[in-house]
Design a protein around this ligand. Structure first.
Ligand code: AMP
Length: 285
């Protein structure tokens, strides 16, 4: 069976219903395309752990805040399809804005508590758009398992609460962040970075590593954990910090004192480009 590209939501849902009623398990990785190794690790796990592997490519307008990069978000459908075919993906779902939102769409989901703070503050309305599109995609693709990346840690926490509270019958798997050899977290938005920006962008993963190393030396006070990294970013020309902090393992609320399993996370502008990254605090590697 070759790879099937499905563009119609009705067709996607009918196909998914038919296969799941036949007893096939569907593994699903939602993406905004311009695929990199991070996306492909999700796709591979979907393929390995399920009868059918599905990937969606959809740049969801409702999760972009006015003034953000919706209009210039990088796209390359032909290359994405090539990569997914090489990975043995069964279904690629590529809907259009008109098909998803039509005219007069207004059924938005009020996000769960994990959406408060962090990116929820910097990008008002972002997680409302994320929750809404994830609900639509879950109802269309009907996966037994959905694969998301640790790279977007708050999004993963939000989706976990969304799935639990609305009782979507899908298991959530969070896959480790894939990085470039120098530590930069892979992101479609890295395509925006000039050579100079690219060098400055390293200060974000560097700052989180500073915090992680301090944690492993026994530091628990959040302000102390952040100090070295904040200075690193402050000393890197061309960068502007959005936020950096430590989020609780369960609630994703900021903590004053860190525990193993909590997430140290940050968001930073390099020129116009907004980057996010995070690391889970663990005692040892
Ligand atoms: P995006 O296309 O940016 O919306 O990302 C689609 C999915 O891929 C999300 O679940 C992301 O968390 C995940 N993802 C993005 N970058 C990475 C990465 N570097 N490592 C692992 N997963 C990633």
């Amino acid at each position: 069976m070759g790879m099937k590209v499905v563009r119609s939501p009705d067709e996607m849902q009918a196909l998914a219903l038919r296969e799941s009623l036949n007893g096939a398990s569907i593994g699903f990785a939602p993406t905004m395309g311009y695929l990199h190794e991070g996306h492909l690790t999700l796709a591979r796990r979907a393929r390995e752990e399920n009868d059918i592997a599905a990937v969606s490519i959809y740049v969801n307008p409702s999760q972009f805040v006015p003034g953000e990069d919706l209009d210039r978000y990088p796209r390359d459908e032909a290359r994405d399809l090539e990569r997914l075919e090489r990975e043995g993906i069964d279904w690629v779902y590529i809907p259009t804005d008109a098909e998803i939102y039509g005219t007069g769409f207004s059924t938005f989901i009020e996000p769960p508590p994990a959406a408060r703070g962090w990116c929820g503050d910097s990008r008002p309305g972002h997680f409302r758009g994320v929750c809404t599109i994830i609900a639509i995609l879950l109802n269309t693709v009907r996966p037994a398992r959905m694969y998301v990346g640790q790279k977007d840690a708050q999004q993963a926490a939000v989706i976990r609460q969304l799935i639990e509270s609305l009782r979507f019958p899908a298991e959530l798997a969070v896959c480790p962040t894939v990085r470039e050899p120098d530590g930069l977290a892979m992101s479609s938005r890295n395509a925006y970075l000039s050579a100079e920006d690219r060098a400055a962008a390293l200060s974000l993963s560097g700052a989180l590593m500073d915090g992680l190393r301090a944690f492993r030396r026994g530091e628990r006070d959040t302000q102390a954990l952040l100090r070295e990294g904040l200075a690193r970013i402050g000393n890197t020309p061309g960068t502007r910090l959005d936020y950096m902090g430590v989020a609780d393992h369960n609630t994703f609320e900021p903590v004053a004192s860190a525990s193993a399993g909590d997430t140290i996370l940050g968001a930073m502008f390099v020129g116009e480009t907004r980057l996010i990254d995070n690391m889970i605090l663990t005692e040892s590697e």
